[in-house]
Design a binder for this molecule. Structure first.
Ligand code: NAI
Length: 379
C-alpha cells in the first residue's frame, strides 16, 4: 500500500513511522524540506534507541527507513492509496490543500485529515469525491499511543469507513469510530478532568498538588490534571478547550477557565517553559502531601461524576458506541477504567444524586445531568 503523509511535524513524522513499520511505502511531503529532513533524522535516532533496547534489529530499522521517501512536490502523491494530512491546524490552509490534492489523486485514493479540532465534514466539502474523505485522528506520540479515532464526515461513504478501520487495525492500532462532533470522543469526554479540577481550585477548595494527588491516589489516574496540563502545555490544552466550547455554541459545560488562560498568557505553559502549575526547576516530593480524606473524596467524586456524565451523554447523543467510548478513554488517555463501567460500579443513581446536588448548589447548566444517565439510574 502506498501512503502519502503531508506535514512532517511531530504528528506527520509519527504517522509515517507507524505506516512504514506496518510495511507501507510512505511518501512524506512538507512545505519545508528541512522539516522532512529533520523528521527522518529524528526517526533514525528513535530506531537506533529501539535497537539498543532490543525491541527491533538492524534489518527492521533499515526496512522502516527504506520505506520512507521524502517528496518535494505534492504531485508526487498522485499514485497514493491513502493520504493522511498532518499540517498546521488552520481551516483555510487545510482547505486549500485538500482542494488541490483531491484533484490530483485517483478517485479511489482515501484522503484523511489528522485534525483535532476542525469539522471533518467542512474539510470534506472542498474535495472532489468527498465520499472518500475521512478523519484519522492519531494521538501524540503516534507510534506509542494505541488509540486512533476514525471520524467519517457526513459525506463519507460507509465502505471507506470500514476500509480505513481495517487499515488502521492492520497498522497495529486500536481504532474507534466517532461521529464528526467537536472534540470527537477523547477531547470531548476528557474536558471535565481539567475543567472541574480548575474550578475546584478557583473556588479555593484545594491547591494543585492536593487535587492531583487525590485523583491519583484515590481516583487511580496515572497523572493528575495539573501535571497533565503542564505536560500537554497550557497553551495547547486551553486552545482545545476553547475550540470545543465555541464549537458547542458556548455550552457552559465546556466553559474554559480564566486560571488556565492566564497561565497561558503568562507563558507558564508547563514543562516546555519549565514553569506551569508546578515549577520544574525545583524537585517535588509529592508524597509529603498529607491528604485530608474527606476533601480528597470530594475532589474525586466531583471530577469523576462530571466525566461519567460526559461519557454517558456522548453515548446518548450517538457520538460513539459504548464499547468505543470505553476503549477511547482507557487507550487514548489511559484512564484506569472505562467511565461507563465506573458509573455502573458507583451506581448510576449515585451519579445522578451527585450531579443534582451540584446543580442544586450552583444552579449552573454546567452540572445538568444527561437524560440517559437519569434513565439508567431509574432502570
Ligand atoms: P507541527 O507544527 O509539529 O507540524 C506541522 C508541519 O506541517 C510543519 O512541518 C509545517 O512545515 C507543515 N506545513 C504547514 N503548512 C503546510 C502546507 N500547506 N503544506 C505542507 N506542509 C505544511 O504540527 P503537529 O503537532 O504535528 O500537528 C499537525 C496536525 O495534527 C494538526 O492538524 C494538529 O491539530 C493535529 N494533531 C496534533 C496533535 C498533537 O498533539 N500535536 C495530536 C493529534 C492531532
Amino acid at each position: 500500500m502506498r501512503v502519502g503523509v503531508i506535514g512532517a511535524g511531530s504528528m506527520g513524522a509519527g504517522i509515517a513511522q507507524v505506516a512504514s513499520t506496518a510495511g507501507c511505502d510512505v511518501d512524506i511531503f512538507d512545505q519545508s524540506e528541512n522539516a522532512c529532513q529533520k523528521a527522518l533524522e529524528k526517526l533514525e535516532k528513535i530506531l537506533t534507541r529501539l535497537i539498543e533496547k532490543g525491541r527491533i534489529n538492524q534489518a527492521e530499522k533499515e526496512s522502516v527507513l527504506g520505506k520512507i521517501n521524502i517528496v518535494s512536490d505534492l504531485n508526487k502523491l498522485k499514485d497514493a492509496d491513502l493520504v493522511i494530512e498532518a499540517i498546521i491546524e488552520n481551516e483555510k490552509i487545510k482547505k486549500e490543500l485538500f482542494s488541490q490534492l483531491s484533484k490530483l489523486v485517483s478517485k479511489h485514493c482515501i484522503i484523511a485529515t489528522n485534525t483535532s479540532s476542525l469539522s471533518v465534514t467542512n474539510l470534506a466539502s472542498v474535495c472532489d469525491y468527498p465520499e472518500r474523505f475521512i478523519g484519522i485522528h492519531f494521538f501524540n506520540p503516534a507510534p506509542l499511543m494505541p488509540l486512533v479515532e476514525i471520524v467519517p464526515a457526513l459525506q463519507t461513504d460507509n465502505e471507506w469507513t470500514n476500509e480505513v478501520y481495517q487499515i488502521i487495525k492492520s497498522w497495529n492500532k486500536s481504532p474507534v469510530v466517532a461521529k464528526d462532533t467537536p472534540g470527537f470522543i477523547v477531547n470531548r469526554i476528557a474536558r471535565p478532568f481539567y475543567g472541574e479540577s480548575l474550578r475546584i481550585f478557583e473556588e479555593g477548595l484545594a491547591d494543585f498538588i492536593t487535587i492531583d494527588q487525590s485523583l491519583k491516589i484515590i481516583g487511580g489516574f496515572k497523572m493528575g490534571p495539573f501535571e497533565l496540563m503542564d505536560f500537554i502545555g497550557n497553551d495547547v490544552n486551553y486552545a482545545v478547550t476553547e475550540s470545543v466550547f465555541k464549537a458547542f455554541y458556548y455550552d457552559p459545560r465546556y466553559k474554559p477557565s480564566f486560571t488556565q488562560k492566564q497561565y497561558a498568557e503568562a507563558n507558564w505553559l508547563g514543562r516546555k517553559t519549565n514553569k506551569g502549575y508546578y515549577d520544574y526547576s525545583k524537585d517535588y516530593s509529592y508524597s509529603d502531601v498529607d491528604l485530608d480524606k474527606n476533601l480528597a473524596n470530594m475532589i474525586v467524586n466531583r471530577v469523576l461524576v462530571m466525566l461519567i456524565n460526559e461519557a454517558v451523554d456522548a453515548l446518548y447523543l450517538g457520538v460513539a458506541s459504548e464499547e468505543d467510548i470505553e476503549k477511547a478513554m482507557t487507550k487514548g488517555v489511559n484512564y484506569p477504567k472505562g467511565l461507563i463501567e465506573w458509573g455502573r460500579e458507583r451506581t448510576f443513581s449515585w451519579c445522578v444524586s451527585q450531579l443534582d446536588e451540584l446543580y442544586g448548589k450552583y444552579h449552573e447548566d454546567r452540572y445538568r445531568c444527561s437524560p440517559l444517565l437519569r434513565q439508567l439510574a431509574n432502570s
